[in-house]
Design a protein. Structure first.
Lengths: 291, 291, 291, 291, 291, 291
């Protein structure tokens, strides 16, 4: 069960309203690598987890991410607060309100117009948050790798936001949030490697003859090789030829006789006649079909 | 530039049509962890990559994933081939065709009805592939962690598909594809760690006082601690109190005087009066309103 | 800031695994009227709210909805628990696992295959949760009407789920959740009507000549009138004629001379000649074109 | 059956082209609270309705909303008309066309580039209209509450648009459309309360011990109580403790013995060892791993 | 302005309820090639059209497609009518209602559970209708080709639905709807070719040296050539080599000196060292790292 | 199997960075009519095709479209290259980086912030690419019409992009890409008409009495008729009356007695009483309710 405390996890001091900046921060509210995505990623994993330690870890961090969602949402609310009142009360001229709505040079108009200045579950382009951002699949050795990667991405988005902000209160709060992603990443790394072995993920081993082969499929000048495709570990195939299994590279299926018949019937009905040089719609449309 | 060879990278022998199985395999064709998602992930990263070695690696593997997309799509095509002809030629009774369409016990009807049995860019529930599956953000130390995680997830989905299939030709092809995910994962691991340092991602360091703190936010019986939140590396906060920065945990903004006025005007206009006990729509609807 | 307690708000006793039922319950986990939608609806409103009483109310209920999300997710996890182990460990034959995956008669395969049996942010058809479900717009007299309606819908979905479940532990938990929606709906009604006036929403009044007019636009036998379009309050227009403002019903714009020129140029270039009876692609395709 | 009259329901006089304003108006054409959403909401409800009076009402208003969609689309078309010709005929320099395309300060480029200036089924951020905006569920006492809320939201969006427009012809048309939402809202209110009782929605009553309880889950300074959680009607729980049913707050399921075995097998295979302090990828990446 | 007549354009006689068939018919209600997609395609084009004849044509057919949407929706409503009442009134046992909900063998449960049996704007897999289905771009010579193709697809989906239905009243209504798509297709063909020339679309001609070249990019055994790549009209390039313009096939940009500096700085910071053979996370996870 | 050559199909010379233009070009990378949509359209059709000539044609062109995707992505990468380095290395002031991010006057901020300047699978409004853009249905006479239309649309989008670009290297590359769409369109036209007959698509003929009827459903002044609805071929119905089949235009279903009972029970329970003039929530909210 969740309980909420009216205070934020981190104090937020915003120097001045700025709807354009608010719009950029939406990336971490309702965006792909934002705090709702993080919270839901760990929360859903936590509910399904059988291991008591990992379950506790996932719910600890999921709960913190919800608190971060609240911080980011509160910053956005502060940045939009002035404009929200102006639009609702319409004390400015229409022309001034129009300019204010479109003045950020980015998509901040959508927040004012559709959401009245409140934090919305959209990214900085106005695209609604989607459950497709949550890539959990229920195997911890895969999911914790996904979690590590998700924290790495979130750290970078915070870094970019810090780079474009000069409001000291916001920079400080974003610095806190960015740092917590690093702390979470370290915890997930530890938890992953506390499972031994954790590679390959799952139960099935790879097929030996293909697990250390490297296919050089992008060809031409400028090849640079490294530990990712050279050394004793790797068999490097310079110019791969289909089919690599030694077969003919064809796809076939055994069809029952009746189905074979209908497939052939369909093929005959829709066959293209390569001996024909038909007049076409493009000919009709370009005036070239004078016949 | 891409060139295509009419042979598949791996030979496909399907024992019998099976639209229900075809539907499950869509997960690796047009699904979140499928081959299009993989190909596009590496292809878009490769185009933006400055490092020659990684660029080559990404385009090698992107190209292989396109070849895998072709293999999976070909298996799906074979599994649906018979039903496709039957429906198009309508040689069966309506009742039999209806049964065939719905007989898989899963969503295979959508493939027949909407896509005519061809491989479609949807997952096994019929949800169209979305660019939101591709989580590249343009910082290699983050992106390669994402790539490692993506390969880990794809490996698991292939393992699950192998577990529910008893067609030997399909099992063998899926085994090849699953194995290649492991090979790719190993390459991405090597390339990641060929960048030193690669943690933390990006340029900005974490804020020292928060980077090794663990907040115990899921409380109650059943705590299990491990290396992810105990040991010298960690400061464990048993019962975190807001705000952790020592401030009051409030969100504030400095508003210009005119905007402050409109915000207050809006607040007054929409204030809820806590001293009122109003009749409500629910009262009207439940018969409890005194009229 | 949020804190989590390891115990659920309501105790869950599931009698037996049932992936098909789990799939139906996803409607209230990651569906349009589910608990995440509810929690996010009130949470985002609460962050933006200026009125202290309503802010508190919204965050109280948002927090409870997160706790409900946890209950529903836990039930789903229990219902899928057995199948999840079977698929991951593959101790059954492929054919049995295939049957288990597709045996629910509904979309439960997607949960097993893609999410490994964990609760996922999808609805019962496998469609990912979207921020588009949250219809908050930042004007409390509108938002609280939306909240009342959302609770009304959620109540109905719970009622339907109760009607198709005979597991007593699940029925009891769903009964609790359904009841809480009614309690929330009553609170939202009270808060709405504690704002006086609350109709019309916003500041602008309606245009007097159109605010009590009813246009009878669906015509023919079978009209039934009631208080919604008859009585002193209404002007009923039996057979509305355009334009109702008395104008010509045309749309016009004053174009600058240069733009008028380019529009005319485009019109001439793409004009259809009604005096022509052209041969078409359909003629070519049906053999009816005289060549 | 529908019939169309070439005249609009309301005459539209646009003073000058303005693609930026056109983009904002898309919110009411292809946006969440726009006219297509309204028309489809009432149309789909109307088709399923059993009550003759409500069916007539829903189809009357659905038809009017289609007519409103036509009005809004016509205004958008007029506002984009000049720019559309310029781009298609390319009589300006590339630099001027580029400036025109991006000059609105908002997303108007997408309309020109992708839709050629015509009205498109997207909102003002370019997000395509989705059926997820239609929240009908087929129980009239819930659906009519949804309809009331939808009209309330649409009224507010029109009000905001009026506030940012100073073209008198557009303001007048938007005023008409805004007013009609109020008229529709009044009709839906009447129709809802013509069903008695209409609360609670559906057939199942709430569980008595939970229907009038208020859980104070957002805690700390600043509580404000009102009729929504105080008075005789309510039992106010100051500090709720899980589980509120008096149970242990755990989620459990009775598993068949074989499934219990596989779940345990999976748990063992993926157990995290809390006694381990493993080297991790982050250690490798930060140079802190002892190699 | 639209007016509605309470009678359908075509009379609907359904022999018996059948939720599974209703689910399939959703493809033509809220699916990609369904009636809403058709109506909105022509309606939005019609609003933007400058040519009086085509505008009239588009609005005639848009209006008819709305009437078809009503027919399809009415059939769906009839097919679901019995189940809707059973679920709402819960007069059956839970087990029987559960079976009824999942009995169609397809996704019919979503319609009952979420939409209460009414016609919903989803396809047969439960995916919400999206504005992305409407591919109009505002150039009539392109749009009318899109319209022709859309009618062709809709005809095929109706044909498939007829093939799986044996209810004579439904077959007859679907036959009417399928036939109307053919009539519309013929009208659109005539209107397209009444514009002369209509190929190439738009104003810009193709670059002469590339407009009749065919690149043979799928290579290997099994080539079949026809009028699409052979004959006087075509230059066939057997084995295309990059770059076809005779350049080096590289992508370059002139960067200002300061930006060149930051790009190089980023490249150095994130360079992969190909001389390194690092230990990786996979090594740690597979036990192959020497610690 | 695919093979990649490190050289592009066409050489790209970009004169200077321009993130705003890069954003517009995304339309052809991850947009509805862009190169991924084209490649996937032909690739999925090719995999399912039975006719050897068409299969070869589809895979030739699919492969070329992948090569075009690479060209467009490379141009985008070049246009964003400078800004990407600046943001990652943060050598500018925050204010300058903020201006750079928002300076394009369009949605270019999303590319920098979320994707780090790399080409992303989104359109110019930031909407992720969706499989819903691919409208293949598996009947070649329909699919090739769709392909012709898709090429026509893509040609127009390229033409518009050329019109707003004055960088000569980009104009030249876009001219090449636009021209190739024309070449592909011609090939698809030839292949379509090499199938004889190809109209009507599929197997079922139209119902004779409805296949040449034109319903004049948009009425009023301004009718213009042409070959699309006049001449010997057409029966023009001036004022269509429902039902056109001569029936009563009603929708009916035969319900089993028990289901009829539950439907009636539901109707009674939710009936609106037209004789009532109830007080409503709007009355309560507007102060017009007599209490």
């Amino acid at each position: 069960m969740f309980v909420h405390n009216k205070r934020l996890q981190y104090t937020v001091r915003v120097a001045a309203p700025n709807p354009g900046l608010a719009n950029l921060l939406l990336e971490q509210f309702g965006g792909a690598n934002g705090e709702l995505a993080a919270a839901m990623r760990y929360f859903t994993q936590g509910l399904a987890e059988e291991d008591a330690g990992r379950k506790d870890l996932l719910l600890d961090i999921a709960t913190e991410e919800l608190s971060h969602l609240e911080i980011i949402g509160s910053i956005i609310g502060m940045l939009n607060k002035g404009g929200k009142g102006d639009l609702a009360e319409a004390v400015e001229s229409e022309a001034e309100l129009y300019r204010a709505l479109n003045g950020g040079g980015n998509d901040s108009h959508i927040t004012s117009l559709l959401y009245g200045g409140g934090p919305a579950l959209i990214n900085s382009a106005g695209v609604p948050w989607t459950g497709a951002y949550v890539d959990s699949i229920g195997e911890p050795t895969a999911d914790f790798r996904s979690n590590i990667a998700a924290e790495a991405r979130a750290k970078i988005v915070y870094e970019r936001l810090i780079n474009v902000t000069d409001d000291p209160g916001i920079k400080e709060a974003l610095g806190f949030l960015m740092t917590r992603e690093l702390a979470h990443q370290k915890s997930f790394e530890k938890a992953l490697h506390s499972i031994q072995p954790n590679f390959p993920q799952g139960k099935l081993p790879g097929v030996p003859e293909f697990v250390s082969v490297y296919y050089n499929l992008s060809q031409g000048e400028g090849e640079v090789r490294g530990s990712w495709n050279s050394g004793d570990e790797w068999e490097f195939v310079e110019s791969p030829q289909p089919a690599v299994d030694g077969g003919d590279g064809m796809a076939t299926v055994e069809l029952p006789a009746t189905q074979l018949g209908t497939v052939q019937q369909m093929a005959v009905r829709t066959a293209s006649d390569p001996t024909l040089d038909p007049i076409t719609g493009a000919d009709l449309g370009s005036g070239s079909a004078v016949k």
